[in-house]
Structures are given as C-alpha cells and as structure tokens.
Design a protein around this ligand. Structure first.
Ligand SMILES: [Ca+2]
Ligand SMILES: [Ca+2]
Ligand SMILES: [Ca+2]
Length: 226
C-alpha cells in the first residue's frame, strides 16, 4: 500500500480519506497502472505516468522503436532494444551505426610498391608497370608474346624485355639483318652479297679472282688477270 501524502490515510479498499475535507477520492496509482518502471502521478480524473527513457504511451506500455529514425547506415540491419538499438553491419562496415567503411588497405596486401585503394569489403592494388594479379605480386612475362625475331633469345625484365640477337642481326627486336657489305669488305672490283652473318664476294664483270690473292685471303681478291 502506498500513501499519496500525509493528509491521506489509505483504506484497505484503495480509497483514501482526506482528514481535512473528509471527502472520498480515489488514488488510481494504487492499481500500479504504469508499466515498465514508469512512475505514477495521481492527477484529477486519472493518473499520469512518467515513463523512463525508451517507453511511451499513457501507461508506458509502448516500447519506443529507436530504429524508426533509421540510425543504422550503409544497409545495416537495425534491432530495436529497450532504450536503444543495435546495428548489424554488412561486411566491410563498422562503428556503432555502421558508418565506417573499414579500410581494408590497413592489411597491406599490395606488393611491388603498388598503390592500395580501399573499396567496400575489398581493396584493389594499382600495380606499377610490369606487375599483375590482385596483389601485384606477379611479374608479367613480357616475352610471352614472343617479340624477338630471327631466333633471338628474349630476356624477361620488369616491365620490359631485351632481345639477345643471333650474330648478324640487330635492332630492338633483332629484326634488322645487319648489312655486312656496308663497309665494302670486298673491294671496288667486287660485288658484295650480304649473308645472315657475313658476306660473299663476287668479282664484278670483267674481273676474275686473283689466285694469288685468293690464297692470301685478301679483301681485294678480284682484279685483272695476272
Ligand atoms: Ca526500444
Ligand atoms: Ca573498405
Ligand atoms: Ca617481366
């Protein structure tokens, strides 16, 4: 039993009698109408319930749905609790309201001095030239498309390749057959024919190979007959 104040005496029936007025009034708070810890205040023709945080309604019987204001962000699921809520974050988000896009780059998966870009529940590595795969850990084989010509060996480097030419070839791709006749090795009386690696000398019309000079392996093997 609860007394409203010193001026009321509570009767077992629930009715209180005022000594001053001797009139009969009813303290509805005696019926404990306020739910969920609400405090009851006897007012004229009824009661007033003072609700604790999280409850509303005349009798504090309504659980305020804290999810109604949409506090959970980024597609999180909101769970209404007593005077609060919980957000269940989708993958990649964190924080009380799932407002934080977790930085997956903190794991430093990116290799080969690549640049990490944070995504949602993921990351991407921007590879420097010459590297590939998700973490830029794979050296691209620049020889894979066989850039070297004329039997040259291809050397795979980082972001580039180098062709080791067979004798007689030059150029970045060993695509150039070196003109071995450029230095005129056969002499003025001869016709030089370039080979892959070397040259052949033929005597110009009207000249023949000098047997003497031929034996001496001269660079001027042709001449008038002597
Ligand atoms: Ca609630
Ligand atoms: Ca992220
Ligand atoms: Ca490479």
């Amino acid at each position: 039993m609860k007394q409203k104040d010193a001026w009321h005496t509570v009767h077992p029936s629930g009715h209180a009698y005022s000594r001053e007025t001797c009139s009969v009034s009813t303290d509805e708070c005696l019926d404990r109408p306020c739910r969920n810890g609400g405090t009851c205040e006897d007012v004229m023709n009824g009661v007033k319930c003072n609700c604790p945080f999280g409850f509303s309604g005349q009798y504090c019987d309504i659980d305020v749905n804290e999810c109604d204001s949409g506090p959970c962000l980024n597609g999180a699921v909101c769970q209404n609790n007593v005077n609060g809520y919980d957000c269940f974050c989708p993958e990649g988000f964190e924080g009380l309201n799932c407002e934080i896009n977790f930085d997956e780059c903190t794991y430093s998966f990116c290799r080969s001095n690549s640049t990490c870009l944070d995504l949602v529940a993921d990351y991407t590595c921007v590879c420097p030239p010459g590297f590939t795969d998700k973490n830029c850990s794979m050296d691209i084989d620049e020889c894979a498309f066989e850039p070297c010509k004329n039997g040259a060996h291809c050397n795979d480097l980082i972001g580039e390749f180098y062709c080791s030419c067979l004798p007689g070839f030059t150029g970045q791709f060993c695509e150039v057959n070196i003109d071995d006749c450029l230095s005129q090795p056969c002499g003025v009386l001869s016709i030089c024919k370039d080979k892959l690696d070397g040259y052949l000398c033929f005597c110009a019309p009207g000249f023949i190979v000098s047997s003497y000079r031929k034996q001496a392996d001269s660079v001027y093997p042709c001449g008038l007959f002597l």
